[in-house]
Design a protein around this ligand. Structure first.
Ligand code: ADP
Length: 302
């Protein structure tokens, strides 16, 4: 058996925020969500209990940060690599409903998670003995350039020690100084990834890819050995050294809320892939989980 297959731990890296979702005129329900947290949450539910799933982030030392960490623990996520910073707190977003349309307002500019890659020893400890490290373009976007470089160095060291890296570019231009900076950082991160899980529509907008196959080819050229391109209700395209394949989408009776479609897809896919499923079965597992998630309200659908 290779060293890689003996490792069991999965670690997802990024930011979880407080979510305020409207329940009526001026009233909100508080929850916790964020792209890499959503994927960790679904991974925990999809994987056998002997595969620890940790969340690597930073929070404050105030009561709301403690509630967030308690939420991670209740979800079964490992919190040994959650840094507690006394001079910061967690970010927050508010969902507004205007004529049935959702819009989001964010307060995350000074969140603790922005410092998650400041301490190289913490990154090394967080990545040690990981079978898989998962991160997204949002994880990169919230870091300053020096911290981003430190994170990529730590990923490179972890890969050299036998960990695999999975990366969802999750392009969010609002989090970057300009689209060119976003595309450069995402492409650089993809060079440190084994598995890349992009969504074609976003990629076409910012990289000009003609179709899902072009998105897959671009990330394979960056060095990924496995690319799975999501495309909303369209077929998913995979690219490996064995070639390109198209996979049929799941039919969804009624799309209620597409929040976390991509995040849950990634979790369903990675859980199946990590436990040895053939590629087509793993893609189907991702699509099935995403189909269930978009058929209900909210990011985290039990
Ligand atoms: P993101 O949420 O990251 O933008 P996509 O919109 O590409 O990602 O969707 C991610 C996955 O969710 C798709 O690959 C598919 O499995 C599923 N999905 C999204 N929208 C639909 C839909 N209308 N019908 C069926 N599956 C969907």
């Amino acid at each position: 058996m290779s060293a890689r297959s003996l490792k069991k731990r999965i670690v997802s890296v990024g930011e979880c925020m407080v979510e305020m979702a409207p329940t009526g005129e001026g009233t909100y329900a508080m929850g916790f969500a964020g792209d890499t947290l959503n994927t960790a949450w679904y991974l925990r539910r999809a994987l056998p209990a002997d595969r620890p799933v940790d969340y690597l982030t930073a929070v404050g030392t105030d009561p709301i940060s403690a509630r967030m960490v308690a939420f991670f623990e209740e979800a079964g996520l490992g919190t040994a690599h959650v840094a507690r910073l006394s001079d910061r707190t967690v970010g927050l977003y508010l969902i507004e409903l205007t004529n049935g349309e959702r819009s989001f307002a964010y307060w995350r500019g000074q969140s603790a998670a922005r410092l998650l890659a400041r301490d190289v020893a913490a990154l090394e400890a967080g990545f040690a003995e990981a079978a898989l490290i998962y991160l997204s373009g949002i994880t990169l976007a919230i870091l300053d350039p020096a911290d981003r470089a430190r994170l990529l160095e730590a990923l490179a060291a972890a890969r050299a020690a036998g960990s695999a890296v999975a990366f969802d570019p999750n392009l969010r231009p609002r989090l970057w100084p300009d689209p060119a900076a976003m595309c450069a950082a995402v492409t650089e991160a993809a060079r440190h990834a084994d598995i890349v899980l992009p969504s074609h529509e976003d990629e076409a907008t910012f990289f000009g890819d003609a179709d899902a196959a072009a998105t897959a080819a671009r990330y394979a050229a960056a060095g990924a050995t496995l690319v799975v391109v999501k495309d909303g209700a369209g077929p998913m395209v995979t690219l490996t050294e064995d070639g390109q394949q198209s996979h049929p989408p799941e039919r969804v009776q009624e799309v209620i809320d597409t929040t976390a479609a991509g995040d849950s897809f990634n979790a369903g896919f990675l859980a199946a892939h990590l436990t040895g499923a053939p590629l087509a079965d793993a893609v189907r597992a991702g699509a099935r989980l995403a189909a269930r998630v978009i058929g209900a309200r909210g990011a985290l659908v039990p």
